[in-house]
Design a protein around this ligand. Structure first.
Ligand code: NAD
Length: 700
């Protein structure tokens, strides 16, 4: 008998239990076990009904993705599901936890589906650049309707049991003991001789769309609009469309073929890389295994400006009381008004109920006295980006904060070690670098200072996850990982304007590559004055951006920047006046303007980042290339289907990148484009960044 699937008899009901910890993934033994158990029960005259359930914390949570790309081993999930479809006795799925992907597809071949109250059901394949491949695209629309099915398949997001009940995906929610409830349900079905309908035979919910196929296009266009550049959503829409006019057996065959094609696609490989890199990022090299995060019951945030307000919201959203400190009542009121306004907007969009917002707002304590942070377990400083002010705040914090409190700074560029050293407890200080808007953006760079204690680091990681962020550990340097790599890209973008390009050329190349926005549209959105102020403080210049700022053009907020904006509009429009400023700057600095083609633009933007990424790895500022990839996907809109900059570099090949960097450096006369020693070394040795990742794994 199978180790991972067992059958227990409860009177005349066979209960097939999958037990493959931690998440009952559908590895080969599980598939074979389910097939054997169900066939045995099906052929056993003493069995009147069959329940499929799972042990542990969840029903089957999906395929075993480590099997992807390996030769398939029979029975495939398709074989299992085809066999379930033939069962003539009541077949009932009893779900808890997260029935996902192939796990949910198994239940779609049962006659009935029951769920525990907290169950979350979904088809997340799209997040790995795939689509459901074992009937999901054909059975879910038949059960839950085309619109709900498309929504679930295209978003990949799970839905709660009560929503599943409302759309017909679940027949009943079982309170209390799930398996006992399922057995009782099975007996009822037998006693009442309820008809056993296979989902594949249900056609009612397709009727409206069959009568009006244009409706399908409208729904698909609306739900698919966030999937620019991605192949899988396009394929998934096509597959769901087959429910309208392709016989189901043919559609299932096509679905399988498409799924297999997608598993071999570059996009899916890249997305799977990011998926694994995210999980790797949670492991911190050099951290003792038994280190325990400190408990965080109360938080405090200093500064209620752009960042502080959003950071504080994260804590309230996670149910953690948070004290918000400002310098004056006015600043405090302004900051809190923004927080309230943000919540109100969410209520209006239907994202939260008013009573939830009230609960969250009640978790805030507002004060102008720093003494109020004395009982906080974690304090995050988000005051102005000036070292003197930060040092003053941390000196005070050192005096006020309780022993054992974690003291974090949200600085973007400043030296976290210098900030730590101003206190008598540098081991409790680190950076927690959030991204704007801080209540929305998932990325969180956790900046490990040279004195930061292990458990302080572990605490910051745990808190980051608790408040719904994607924390990645980085080391101390100017700009850490994300902003440090952004800098050379920015330099190239500006430099290409001087050499002959215009903002729209550079932005068009960047969006074509897959970034949601080009660097200049981005600059206009963020405000050009911020980096202008930083450059002035550091005594550096960016010829064109500075000229714009000197003319009072700070971007969207002033209606003019690299582009011009109609009042109330965020759409960048060509501004001939800026072309004039650019051409004049080229002339002033002695550049002979030339046409720069798209390939050169993309290579200079992206390869310069990769070059910096190599330095970051060489210096140990990031521990793994995958960490850099996660940072760029989560914090800067790097197209996930290109897997992050370091993964992309390996696909392009380091020797090519090295040679092109040399070529662009020579042609443009910009020495900053020269390949870094480390990149050249890896290229010379014929190694890629992924080899470093493997080495890091071996030594961990
Ligand atoms: P901001 O100017 O919007 O807000 C700073 C707030 O701090 C102001 O409201 C100010 O009144 C308050 N403040 C100043 N001194 C204080 C003190 N001693 N005690 C209490 N409050 C004080 O600035 P911001 O954009 O929120 O940036 C804050 C920090 O976050 C900076 O270090 C910045 O580099 C960093 N950061 C900013 C961004 C961004 O995109 N804006 C992103 C990541 C990190």
């Amino acid at each position: 008998m199978s180790q991972v699937v067992q059958t227990k008899m409860d009177g005349d009901v066979a209960v097939v239990i999958v037990d493959n910890p931690p998440v009952n993934a559908l590895k080969h033994e599980v598939r074979a076990g389910i097939l054997d158990a169900v066939q045995a029960a099906s052929g056993d005259p003493n069995v009147k009904a069959i329940v499929i359930a799972a042990a542990g914390r969840t029903f089957i949570a999906g395929a075993d993705i480590t099997e992807f790309g390996k030769p398939p081993k029979a029975p495939s999930l398709i074989d299992v599901i085809a066999a379930l479809d033939e069962v003539k006795k009541p077949l009932i799925a009893a779900m808890h936890g997260t029935p996902l992907g192939g796990g949910l597809e198994i239940t779609l071949a049962c006659h009935f589906r029951l769920a525990a109250p907290n169950t979350r059901l979904g088809l997340p394949e799209i997040k790995l650049g795939l689509m459901p491949g074992a009937g999901g695209t054909q059975r879910l629309p038949r059960l839950a309707g085309i619109e709900k099915a498309l929504d679930m398949i295209l978003s990949g997001n799970p839905i709660p049991a009560k929503d599943a009940l409302a759309v017909g995906l679940v027949d009943e929610i079982v309170e209390g003991d799930l398996v006992a409830g399922a057995v009782a349900f099975a007996r009822k079905v037998v006693a009442e001789k309820r008809p056993l309908r296979r989902v594949r035979d249900m056609e009612e919910k397709l009727a409206a769309f069959r009568a009006d196929p244009a409706k399908f296009d409208e729904v698909a266009a609306r739900l698919g609009k966030r999937s620019r550049g991605l192949d899988a959503p396009k394929a998934a829409i096509e597959a769901v469309r087959w429910t309208l006019d392709v016989p189901i057996d043919e559609a299932l065959k096509r679905e399988r073929d498409t799924f297999l094609r997608l598993t071999l696609s570059d996009q899916s490989k890249a997305q799977r890389h990011v998926f694994f890199a995210e999980r790797e990022a949670a492991k911190i090299p050099g951290l003792p295994e038994n280190v325990k995060p400190r408990e965080i019951r109360k938080a405090a945030v200093i500064g209620a400006g752009t960042m502080g307000g959003g950071i504080a919201m994260n804590f309230a959203n996670a149910g953690i009381p948070v004290t918000l400190v400002e310098t004056s009542e006015e600043a405090l009121a302004r900051g809190f008004a923004t927080i309230t306004k943000n919540y109100q907007a969410t209520v209006q969009r239907g994202g939260l109920r008013q009573e939830d917002v009230d609960k969250r707002l009640a978790l805030f304590t507002r004060t102008t006295s720093l003494d109020a942070v004395a009982d906080a377990d974690i304090v995050i400083e988000a005051v102005f980006e000036e070292m003197d002010i930060k040092k003053k705040v941390f000196t005070e914090l050192d005096r006020i904060a309780k022993a054992g409190a974690v003291l974090a700074t949200n600085t973007s560029y400043l030296d976290v070690n210098a900030i730590a050293q101003i206190t008598k407890r540098p081991e409790e200080v680190l950076g927690m670098h959030f991204f704007s808007p801080a209540n929305v953006m998932k990325l969180l760079e956790i900046v490990r200072g040279k004195a930061t204690a292990s458990d302080v680091l572990a605490t910051a990681m745990a808190v980051g996850r608790k408040i719904g962020k994607m924390p990645v550990v980085v080391g101390v340097c100017h700009g850490f990982v994300g902003n440090r790599m952004l800098a050379p890209r920015q330099v190239q973008a500006e430099r290409m304007l001087l050499e002959g390009a215009f903002p729209r050329d550079v932005d068009a190349a960047a969006t074509e590559f897959g970034f949601p926005m080009g660097p200049f549209a981005m600059g206009d959105l963020a405000g050009l004055d911020i980096s202008w102020r930083i450059r002035r403080a550091r005594g550096t210049r960016a010829e064109i951006a500075d000229a714009l700022c000197e003319a009072g053009h700070f971007g969207q907020k002033t209606g003019k920047g690299f582009y011009i904006y109609e009042p109330g509009s965020r759409t960048p429009q060509h501004n001939p006046e800026v072309d004039g400023i650019i051409v004049a700057a080229s002339k002033r600095l002695g550049f002979q303007r030339r046409t720069i083609d798209k390939q050169e633009i993309i290579e200079r933007l992206v390869f310069s980042m990769i070059n910096e990424g190599a330095r970051i790895l060489d210096e140990g500022i990031a521990s793994r290339p995958g960490d850099i990839d996660v940072i760029w996907v989560y914090g800067y809109g790097w197209p996930v289907w290109r897997g992050g900059p370091m993964y992309y570099a390996d696909q392009v090949g380091l020797p090519y990148i090295r040679d092109q960097l040399r070529l662009h450096a020579a042609r443009s006369g910009d020495a900053s484009l020269e390949p870094s020693a480390y990149l050249s070394k890896l290229a010379d040795e014929g190694r890629g960044f992924s080899a470093l990742a493997d080495a890091a794994k071996r030594s961990a």
